[in-house]
Design a protein around this ligand. Structure first.
Ligand SMILES: [Mg+2]
Length: 155
C-alpha cells in the first residue's frame, strides 16, 4: 500500500536536510509519496530555496496558499506578512493530512500536534526536536558502522 510521508519545511527540511533527504529518498524509492507541508507561500522563488536543501518531495501544501484559494480572510501587515485566524491556521496541517491520508508527519512545532487525533485515523505526528535528531543520528551512525563491517542485513 502506498504510504505518504509529511515533512515540514522550517525547522525540519531546512534544519536537518541530511537526515530528511535520506528518509525522503528511501520513501520515494519504494514508490511512496513525500508531501512538503508548510505554512509559507510556495512561490517559484520559495520552491527554489526549498529544493536547494536537496530533500525530494512529490507533493506540496502551503497553509497560506490554501486559504487564499478558498477565500479565507487574510490580513497583510506592513511587512507583507499574511495573517489569518490562529485556530484556522493551526488546524490546517491536520486537515490536510486527514484529507490526503498522510501516514506520518514530521514537524518541529508542537502547536499543530493538538489538532491531530489518532482515534480519527490521523497520521502519527512526530515532533522534531534535539532528542529525536540525536537518536536518529546515533542510529544512522550504527547503521553506517554495521554497513562498513558488512553486518547490515536488508529487511
Ligand atoms: Mg516548522
Amino acid at each position: 500500500m502506498k504510504k505518504k510521508l509529511g515533512l515540514d519545511y522550517h525547522g525540519v527540511i531546512d534544519t536537518h536536510s541530511d537526515i530528511f533527504k535520506r528518509m525522503a529518498e528511501a520513501w520515494i524509492d519504494r514508490g511512496h509519496e513525500v508531501h512538503l507541508i508548510t505554512g509559507t507561500s510556495l512561490t517559484e522563488e520559495k520552491l527554489k530555496e526549498i529544493r536547494a536543501h536537496g530533500v525530494p518531495f512529490t507533493h506540496s501544501f502551503s497553509i497560506i496558499d490554501y486559504h487564499e484559494s478558498i477565500g479565507t480572510k487574510i490580513i497583510y501587515d506592513e511587512d507583507g506578512n499574511p495573517w489569518i485566524d490562529d485556530d484556522l491556521w493551526n488546524k490546517s496541517k491536520a486537515e490536510y493530512c486527514r484529507r490526503e491520508r498522510i501516514t506520518i508527519h514530521f514537524d518541529d512545532s508542537e502547536v499543530y500536534c493538538d489538532y491531530f487525533d489518532l482515534r480519527l485515523g490521523d497520521p502519527t505526528y512526530i515532533v522534531v526536536n534535539d532528542a529525536l535528531i540525536a537518536a536518529v543520528k546515533s542510529g544512522l551512525r550504527q547503521h553506517d558502522e554495521m554497513e562498513a563491517l558488512g553486518l547490515n542485513v536488508p529487511l
